[in-house]
Design a protein around this ligand. Structure first.
Ligand SMILES: *[C@@H]1O[C@H](CO)[C@@H](O)[C@H](O)[C@H]1NC(C)=O
Ligand SMILES: *[C@@H]1O[C@H](CO)[C@@H](O)[C@H](O)[C@H]1NC(C)=O
Ligand SMILES: *[C@@H]1O[C@H](CO)[C@@H](O)[C@H](O)[C@H]1NC(C)=O
Ligand SMILES: *[C@@H]1O[C@H](CO)[C@@H](O)[C@H](O)[C@H]1NC(C)=O
Ligand SMILES: *[C@@H]1O[C@H](CO)[C@@H](O)[C@H](O)[C@H]1NC(C)=O
Length: 258
């Protein structure tokens, strides 16, 4: 996909095809190679490289870089260290499954068979189990800053972890570790932050009320009670006035004229 994008960019600019070859070679020497499929796995879990061959395979060889992983030859299946007892080779499809992954399994794998033209290559990324994120907040410059973080001890491919938010507002549509809310905004009660990698996601939520200092909070409640009291007094007064028991209107006239 990278190669295709590079190619499209190259032809758009009308560059010499030599540039493409260089770009492709650079990619091939890097970990992300052209034509290799990215596969993600989690430590202690399993992963399958899917070849899904439709032709019968007489011979199969799976390699991790230059080292043999498994070989099917002369009706005999061999697995090599450190994969002995940790793999399953599907002799029909050619698929290789690795069980109980370790981070040292992360590498480039390839499969060869005389019955298939070319090699099938896979880039395996082994991730540590994703911890739940923690949402914290702080009041800065009259706005609430909410931060989404996973444990600093988690450093397994940080570039593959994406943070997103869930709330009805515009600022939650962006993927970032921080969101800001203005105090005067109509604040949602809770917002959720999600950390995701290509395999899993973990969510946690925070109650925004806990970010606002108590004084402002109780002032709001005080104002609410005051206006409620005011409404009750006005309603009562109006009702009494309409019943003609108390002449509110005339009393205020007299007060203002004196
Ligand atoms: C998985 O591998 C670890 C060592 O990497 C080992 O301690 C554990 O017992 C293995 N688990 C299974 C289910 O084989
Ligand atoms: C697979 O390859 C082997 C060795 O080249 C060959 O003998 C065999 O006939 C092939 N099988 C098929 C189904 O093409
Ligand atoms: C607060 O706002 C001022 C001016 O808008 C800015 O210079 C400052 O960096 C802000 N402080 C924080 C903690 O965001
Ligand atoms: C934000 O992250 C989510 C979850 O990983 C993803 O589905 C979405 O496409 C991302 N959005 C942007 C704009 O990057
Ligand atoms: C998180 O994973 C669940 C399935 O486990 C999926 O339904 C949901 O869309 C994912 N959310 C994000 C933000 O990736």
């Amino acid at each position: 996909m990278l190669a295709r994008r590079a190619m499209a960019a190259g032809s758009d600019a009308g560059r010499a095809p030599g540039v493409l070859v260089v770009v492709c070679l650079l990619l091939c020497f890097g970990f992300i190679s052209c034509g290799s499929q990215r596969v993600y796995g989690i430590v202690h879990e399993n992963v399958t490289f899917s070849v899904a061959s439709t032709v019968p395979l007489n011979e199969i060889l799976w390699k991790k870089q230059k080292d043999k992983v498994a070989e099917w030859e002369n009706s005999e299946l061999r697995a090599f260290s450190p994969f002995t007892n940790r793999i399953n080779l599907d002799l029909v499809s050619g698929d290789l499954t690795i069980f109980n992954l370790t981070s040292s399994d992360e590498d480039k794998y390839e499969m060869e068979s005389p019955n298939i033209t070319g090699t099938k290559t896979f880039s395996l990324y082994v991730l540590e189990p994703l911890p739940s994120p923690r949402a914290t907040c702080a009041l800065t410059n009259g706005s609430i800053e909410v931060l989404c973080k996973i444990s600093e001890h988690y450093n397994s491919h940080p570039e593959l972890t994406v943070y997103s938010w869930d709330c009805p507002m515009e600022q939650c549509k962006h993927n970032s570790t921080k969101v800001y809310f203005k105090l005067e905004d109509d604040l949602p009660q809770t917002i959720q932050c999600t950390a995701s990698n290509p395999l899993v996601n973990k969510t946690s939520s925070i109650v925004l009320e806990t970010c606002v200092p108590n004084s402002g909070h109780s002032r709001n409640r005080y104002m609410f009670i005051l206006s409620l009291l005011g409404a009750i007094i006005i309603t009562t007064c109006t009702m009494l006035y309409m019943r003609g028991i108390l002449k509110c209107g005339r009393q205020t006239d007299r007060n203002s004229s004196s």
